[in-house]
Design a protein around this ligand. Structure first.
Ligand code: NAD
Ligand code: TDX
Length: 332
């Protein structure tokens, strides 16, 4: 049994991880989350109070972070500003949380010699051509495109430097696009599902040819637990489930699964600097640590995700109008 500190545990992937830990281990969890627009207490509802505690606070608050590190065995760092479109609008919070926040945690890990796992993204590698036979690996050069991905790349570099210079016991994982329950309606898949529920036509950026490599958030969680258990300190692991799909196919499948005509969507203004394709080669994680994803059918994963959004309208309804107004102001 370990005492885990999970930053950003009230967000999409962090809350999925907390549910996964409670169901699959006997660890206790403290969530440190600022409850920004992206954090939601309701994502932790129903979890046992004697095993999960929520501390509302900022990862860049050094005294708070130091106090929490002194009372935990390991830290999993999910907290971030996570949305590319927001980073194009206002990069400042991305610098503050993703860079200064990670720096603050690294200093605390150094002081208290606490094991840290840093959650990152495949976007640090930039993008691939549609016909490129290569996929990203642990040795692909960093080449981030957006303010969001550049701050995530910066945070990864800080972790590597603190491992080498100060002996901090840290690992890093870079995962591909996640989908599943508790994802904010600003993101692609929940936006389109909730659009269909509301009678709004789905919105596809540009021509819709961009490819993302989808993984269910629960598979991301099992991979992170595997790395926490068996990962080698100082190493990076890529997490992916061979889920490449172009955005057009995803929208058409959502429409079909929701009983609508597959052509009932709009092409809208493209994202500035829009990455064309991400693709992860997760051979290292599978071979060296023995991890395998459980969700092998993207279509079935989408079906259960659609059912979750239909059944949990209270969870997302409050954010929907504001998100659509933001996109409408940009022609998206
Ligand atoms: P999210 O936006 O849903 O959640 C982020 C959480 O962090 C929220 O609960 C928010 O309140 C909290 N937070 C933000 N700033 C904070 C601060 N200063 N202090 C404390 N808490 C703060 O994001 P997500 O999609 O769950 O992403 C989680 C992590 O996974 C991020 O580090 C992201 O880069 C990474 N990641 C995401 C994906 C994806 O597909 N969504 C893929 C790979 C990696
Ligand atoms: O309405 C939309 N229409 C659309 O075509 C939205 C919101 C998005 N898109 C496109 C843009 C992307 O090609 O869909 C794709 C996915 O978009 P997002 O959900 O915004 O994800 P992405 O930009 O790929 O980044 C995600 O994966 C990597 C997460 O938000 C990041 O936090 C993670 O690092």
């Amino acid at each position: 049994m370990a005492r885990l500190l999970v930053t950003g545990g009230a967000g999409f992937i962090g809350s999925n991880f907390v549910h996964h830990v409670i169901e699959n281990t006997d660890h206790t969890v403290t969530v440190l989350d600022k409850l920004t627009y992206a954090g939601n207490r309701a994502s932790l509802a129903g979890l046992p109070e004697d095993r999960v505690e929520l501390v509302v606070g900022d990862v860049a608050d050094a005294p708070l972070v130091n106090d929490l590190f002194s009372r935990h065995d390991a830290v999993v760092h999910y907290a971030a500003e996570s949305h590319n479109d927001n980073s194009l609008d206002n990069p400042h919070p991305f610098l503050k949380t993703n860079v200064i926040g990670t720096y603050t945690l690294l200093e605390a890990a150094r002081q208290h010699d606490v094991r840290l796992h840093h959650i990152s993204t495949d976007e640090v590698y930039g993008d691939l051509a549609l016909d490129d036979p290569q996929r990203f690996t642990e040795t692909t050069a960093y080449n981030p495109s957006s303010p969001y991905s550049s701050t995530k790349a910066a945070s990864d570099m800080l972790v590597r430097a603190w491992v080498r210079s100060f002996g901090v016991r840290a690992t890093i994982s870079n995962c591909s696009n996640n989908y599943g329950p508790y994802q904010h309606v600003e993101k692609f898949i929940p936006r389109q599902i909730t659009n269909v529920i509301r009678g709004i036509r789905p919105k596809l950026y540009g021509t819709g040819q961009n490819v993302r490599d989808w993984i269910h958030a629960d598979d991301h969680s099992s991979a992170v637990l595997t790395i926490l258990d068996r990962g080698v300190i100082g190493e990076t692991y890529l997490i992916g489930a061979d889920g490449e799909e172009n955005n057009r196919d995803v929208v058409e499948t959502i429409l079909e699964l929701m009983g609508e005509d597959r052509s009932e969507y709009d092409l809208v203004t493209d994202r500035a600097g829009h990455d064309l394709r991400y693709a992860i080669d997760s051979t290292r994680l599978r071979r060296e640590l023995g991890w395998e994803p459980a969700f092998t059918s993207f279509r079935e994963g989408l079906e259960s995700t659609i059912a979750w959004y239909r059944e949990n309208e209270d969870w997302w309804a409050g954010a929907k109008d504001g998100v659509e107004a933001f996109y409408a102001s940009k022609g998206q």
